[in-house]
Design a protein around this ligand. Structure first.
Ligand code: ADP
Length: 388
């Protein structure tokens, strides 16, 4: 089978000219973050923020040029905008001096304005009341499972809910939400989100095959997220739940800075608390002034499927104590239970599949707490969360 390398990709991109600058996009130094992994190719095209919205055809032309190469199975190009690094409470600017905030193509919105002197420009998401992040200090702690069940529980409580899979290193929401296929774009500009169980869902997983390895650099993560926020017709939502990429690196920090988050829910396991990973997540949001709505302890204890006995395999109560120490709300503890795994992995999350179970009840109670905090935050901070 034909393979493709970076040199071939760059050669193909040399045939794509910037319409306004009289040369090709490689010679002009506009390509960055080129990643070739098997047949999957990703790169960013760096553009002047003012030109961002007009350059969607250029982005598409670049994708087509690479797609035509033998051995290429997927191509993802994102537009990113250079702008001065924001100074934010001493936080290091992601990307070493440049904030590749990824001004992707935005259709007529004033998205590509320069960063305000006071801090990074937040992305506009009209019609969405509050965006909340579900985050974790590391992978595999049940962050996606919690995001999905929390979203379904918010919907069950009567809110209009969207779910955005920002964990684009390993998007699992399509599978967990039992959705396959691709979102459509009736007007050729905005994508209509997919939907199941009354929740609108968008994920990179709909746009690339599940087994596609996705090695994204920080700026590309942000570009993709921006496109999923701006170019998806979310309609009117009370809450958009964002399943964050795990960890607390530059990509996560950039997201926390650029997405107008009303708050964050931190998911952790008892071991994770012991290892202080959860605290890192908490500090990250505090650094960028995003309120932490609370901590969920997942896989908190083992619930025997035969006799219902609870075994505290790992040290118990850590998250509750830690939350108290850190002055953060403790939202609840979810047991390690095979039913949670089975339902979440086969696309029928427990809040939907077993609404009368204790677990579903717990998720709904968590959702209520979170919703009340969002409403309280809205009242307190007012325009901070209102998206213009
Ligand atoms: P993350 O998003 O943190 O990487 P996932 O939500 O994908 O984690 O969960 C990792 C695995 O653990 C999945 O197979 C999921 O079904 C399972 N899982 C998550 N929470 C629980 C739980 N409370 N009990 C049993 N299995 C769980």
């Amino acid at each position: 089978m034909a393979t493709v390398n970076e040199a071939q990709v760059l050669d193909a991109l040399r045939k794509v000219a910037d319409p306004d600058r009289g040369s090709d996009i490689v010679t002009l130094g506009m390509i960055s973050g080129l990643v070739v992994k098997g047949g999957n190719v990703g790169f960013s095209i760096e553009v002047d923020p003012k030109r961002g919205p007009a350059l969607e055809p250029l982005r598409q032309a670049a994708e087509r040029a690479v797609d035509a190469l033998p051995g290429v199975t997927s191509v993802t190009a994102v537009l990113t905008a250079h702008r001065p690094a924001p100074t934010l409470g001493g936080a290091k600017a992601p990307g070493g001096g440049h904030d590749h905030a990824g001004h992707g193509h935005s259709h007529g919105s004033p998205a590509a304005r320069p960063a305000a002197a006071a801090g990074p420009t937040k992305i506009n998401v009209p019609g969405v009341g509050a965006i909340i992040a579900v985050a974790s200090g590391k992978g595999g702690v049940g962050k996606s499972t919690t995001a999905v069940n929390l979203a379904l529980a918010l919907a069950a409580n009567g809110q209009r809910v969207g779910l955005l899979d920002a964990d684009i290193y390993g998007p699992s929401l399509p599978r967990m939400m039992g959705i396959s296929g691709k979102p459509e774009s009736p007007d050729g500009k905005m994508l209509t989100p997919m939907q199941n169980y009354g929740v609108k869902v968008m994920s990179m997983g709909f746009l690339v095959a599940e087994d596609t390895p996705m090695i994204w650099r920080g700026p590309m993560v942000m570009g993709a997220i921006q496109q999923m926020l701006r170019d998806v017709d979310w309609g009117q939502l009370d809450v958009l739940v964002v399943d964050m990429p795990p960890g607390t690196g530059d990509a996560q920090l950039t997201m926390a800075q650029n997405v107008p988050l009303a708050g964050a829910v931190i998911v952790s396991t008892p071991q994770d608390i012991a290892l202080l990973d959860a605290r890192k997540g908490l500090n990250m949001f505090r650094r960028v002034d995003v309120p932490v709505l609370g901590i969920v302890e997942n896989m908190s204890y083992f619930c025997c499927p035969n006799c219902g006995h609870r075994s505290h395999i790992f040290s118990h109560g850590g998250a509750r104590d830690e939350a108290e120490k850190l002055g953060v709300d403790f939202l609840g503890e979810m047991p390690l239970d095979i039913v949670i795994r089975e339902t979440s992995d086969n696309g029928t999350p427990i809040v939907h599949a077993k609404p009368d179970s204790d677990h579903a009840r717990l998720y709904r109670a968590m959702a209520l707490r979170v919703w009340e905090k969002i409403k309280a935050g809205n009242r307190r901070t007012g325009p901070k969360i209102v998206i213009d």
